[in-house]
Design a protein around this ligand. Structure first.
Ligand SMILES: NC(=O)c1ccc[n+]([C@@H]2O[C@H](COP(=O)([O-])OP(=O)(O)OC[C@H]3O[C@@H](n4cnc5c(N)ncnc54)[C@H](O)[C@@H]3O)[C@@H](O)[C@H]2O)c1
Ligand SMILES: O=C(O)C[C@H](O)C(=O)O
Length: 234
């Protein structure tokens, strides 16, 4: 499954809803789940900019399901309790644009290169695996609903003043040179993204994957920006 192929159907819907947010609730924290995240978030940013209400701290693409998947496979392999595990997932939300950073997993565990490759592929291929199992019956639903709930709940807790709320999301960012949007762990606060916690130290394997991820992301980001700008000016 290519989330990118959903762009044709979903771009106009995202544009219309973002425009309504810009007009009626410009201070809202806008959490976009609609695929392709890698294009739809840049698209929304262009519309918000055009309307003069763009605040990069308040616009997110929800990538939490990737974090959930990485945490689950890491916990299963290492035996760490799932609620104590955290694996950063970096980049975007599509097979080759996302890079799970198992080298930074907490609590740390020594994994063989073969284990890391296998876990990485299972996180990157999870969406396709679910589509195949459902055989025409759709894609992931419950896991995504749970992940979206976790993310939005974290945004609300931070809004309410709770400290040390960290979630990854695809946001406007300078974490990766020359790439205006990127997903990595964020410290959330009352105004949205309080601090971008950045990419951290990647292993050689992860750095290699990241090169291809960045190339794919660049194309998908530009596609969203072009659509958003054209839609806003139409
Ligand atoms: N970011 C992620 O991790 C992730 C994971 C899974 C699904 N998704 C994406 O979430 C989106 C929804 O997936 P789903 O399984 O819930 O689909 P779905 O078809 O079950 O639900 C889509 C809903 O959108 C509504 N809708 C359609 N056009 C609309 C419009 N113009 N304005 C307002 N609402 C409109 C429909 O009535 C329907 O209720 C898809 O784009 C999917 O790719 C993202
Ligand atoms: O588009 C979908 O429904 C798939 C989803 O992005 C996923 O990661 O499972």
């Amino acid at each position: 499954m290519h989330r990118d192929s959903l762009f044709q159907q979903n771009a106009t819907i995202v544009a219309e809803l973002t425009d309504a947010v810009a007009k009626h609730c410009p201070k809202a924290q806008l959490c976009i789940l609609t695929n392709p995240i890698n294009s739809n978030v840049p698209l929304a940013a262009e519309i918000l900019k055009h309307r003069g209400v763009h605040d990069p701290r308040r616009l997110y693409g929800i990538t939490t399901v990737d974090s959930v998947r990485a945490d689950v496979v890491y916990a299963k392999l290492t035996g760490h309790p799932l609620d104590k595990v955290s694996v950063p997932v970096l980049g975007g939300h599509s097979g080759h644009s996302l890079v799970p950073a198992f080298s930074q997993a907490q609590p740390p565990s020594r994994l063989s290169p073969e284990d890391v490759r296998r876990l990485t592929e299972s996180v990157r291929g999870a969406a396709d695996a679910i589509v195949a199992v459902k055989a025409g019956g759709g894609s992931a639903t419950l896991s995504v609903a749970a992940a979206a709930h976790r993310f939005v709940n974290s945004v609300l807790l931070a809004l309410d003043g709770r400290q040390n709320i960290i979630e990854s999301a695809f946001v406007e960012s300078d974490a990766m040179p020359d790439l205006p949007f990127f997903s990595c762990p964020l410290l959330l606060g009352q105004n949205g993204v309080e601090r971008n916690l950045g990419v951290g130290q990647l292993s050689e394997y992860e750095a290699e994957l990241m090169k291809a991820a960045v190339a794919e992301l660049r194309v998908q980001i530009e596609k969203g920006q072009e659509f958003g700008l054209a839609w806003a000016k139409r």
